[in-house]
Design a protein. Structure first.
Length: 56
């Protein structure tokens, strides 16, 4: 998936790079938990923003 993103969408897969660094520093379980928490926060921000767009 990272290769697809890099080649076809002109983005660099920084997420995999940072995940590898974090796994070496704090461990795999905590890194996955942080990633999940970040996804939840992003989802909540999207829900809040989409509700504001519907009101306009």
């Amino acid at each position: 998936m990272s290769f697809y993103a890099m080649c076809f969408m002109d983005t660099i897969p920084f997420g995999s790079f940072f995940a590898g660094i974090f796994v070496n520093q704090i461990g795999a379980a905590i890194t996955v938990a942080i990633g999940g928490f970040t996804c939840i926060l992003g989802s909540l921000a999207f829900i809040k923003h989409s509700a504001q767009l519907k009101q306009q």
